[in-house]
Design a protein around this ligand. Structure first.
Ligand code: KG4
Ligand code: ZN
Length: 347
């Protein structure tokens, strides 16, 4: 029988637990502290940590109940060790360590970004190798080349300033939309004109090709939206939130898809996986599928609930790691805000 693995995710504001057996997702339980951060326009680390403490045991209980298993049935426990907010990560890691010790089960401290990729096996089956992955969320925007998701993940590029999701959140705030901004902009943009304003496409000039071919920059775009909005306000012109949302979203999506497909061409990958919270964006999904089809690349995007942070992704990666016979992490493994993406499983 394939291994029964429980995954714990607490790197940001979701307290999430998932249980998988092989490629099959048995259950999920998730509590979010997002409403508690909304009035600050961003995640407040200390508030997130305290919320994790309250939610952890109830989510563990719920996930086990939904899967119809008891903790002693588990073959292994996996937990996000980084990157993320350290105080938040520590709650998940401490819980996982306590569970592993009390149950005498192997424990794996795994990389959050690799987990965003691995989750797609639960929906679309085994991951193709090699694979190019575009990971876009509130905390990260990276392009990865992945010969083997359990042991060989290579960074091709990343944002040099704001993450894509951060740009959505900041622009939403500017437009008076609620936090998190991504879903709000996505919804507003459905009724807007993407050609309304021609916002800048960061790091796509010919001169950027040498040094930043696979890197992203969104802070210039955010500033351009802010300037545009200010200019309209000064002129006494009312702003069409749907049109600005659609134009901003188009600028982000255009760059993300162009660079991801360029990476596929450069590394001879016929498969592109898009993950992370921003992969829930409806325009990104549609645009990527359309552009990729033109160049013979297959696109895999997990369903929106598996794109945003969740426990199933950690369990999915944990399950693969167990199947490949990788050694469990030492009980003293650290929780680190900047765990490099090539550290898939901590020793
Ligand atoms: O992966 P995630 O849940 O958490 C992090 O690890 O950051 O991503 C959250 C981010 C937020 O910035 C949110 O605004 C963005 O993902 N997001 C979206 C959409 N849904 C969530 N961005 C654009 N369009 C969406 N539909
Ligand atoms: Zn994430």
């Amino acid at each position: 029988m394939e291994p029964l693995v429980l995954g714990i995710e607490t790197s940001c504001d979701e307290t999430a637990v998932g249980i998988v057996r092989g490629d099959v997702l048995l259950s999920e339980a998730i509590a979010s502290s997002a409403p508690e951060h909304a009035r600050f326009g961003g995640v407040v680390p200390e508030v997130a940590s305290r919320a994790h403490l309250d939610a952890m045991v109830p989510m563990l209980d719920l996930a086990c109940r939904r899967a119809g298993v008891v903790p002693s049935d588990l073959d292994a426990i996996a937990v996000t060790s980084g990157p993320g907010l350290v105080g938040a990560l520590l709650v998940g890691a401490a819980s996982a360590k306590a569970l592993a010790v009390s149950l005498d089960k192997p424990l794996y401290g795994v990389n959050h970004l690799a987990a965003h990729v691995a989750v797609d096996r639960l929906e679309h089956g085994p991951l193709p190798e090699p694979l190019v992955a575009l990971l876009v969320s509130g905390g990260h925007s990276s392009l990865l080349l992945i010969p083997d998701i359990t042991s060989d993940v290579r960074p091709l590029g990343a944002t040099i300033d704001d993450a894509a999701g951060e740009a959505f959140d900041k622009v939403a705030r500017l437009l008076g939309l609620p936090f998190p901004g991504g879903p709000a902009i996505d919804a507003a943009a459905r009724n807007g004109d993407a050609l309304f304003v021609d916002f800048p496409r960061g790091l796509t000039a010919p001169k950027d090709r040498e040094q930043h071919r696979f890197d992203f920059s969104f802070s210039g775009l955010k500033t351009a939206v802010a300037r545009w909005v200010e200019a309209q306000q000064r002129a006494g012109v009312s702003i069409s939130v749907p049109d600005v949302s659609a134009s901003f979203q188009e600028a982000v999506v255009d760059v993300l898809v162009a660079k991801a497909l360029d990476a596929c061409a450069e590394h001879a990958s016929k498969d592109l996986l898009i993950g992370g919270g921003v992969a829930a964006n409806s325009r990104l999904r549609a645009f990527a599928v359309q552009r990729a089809a033109d160049v013979g690349v297959r696109v895999r995007v997990p369903r929106p609930g598996l794109c945003t942070d969740n426990g199933a992704m950690v369990a999915a990666l944990g399950g693969l790691v167990v199947q490949r016979g990788i050694h469990p992490s030492a009980l003293g493994f650290p929780s680190t805000s900047h765990q490099p993406v090539h550290d898939v499983v901590l020793p």
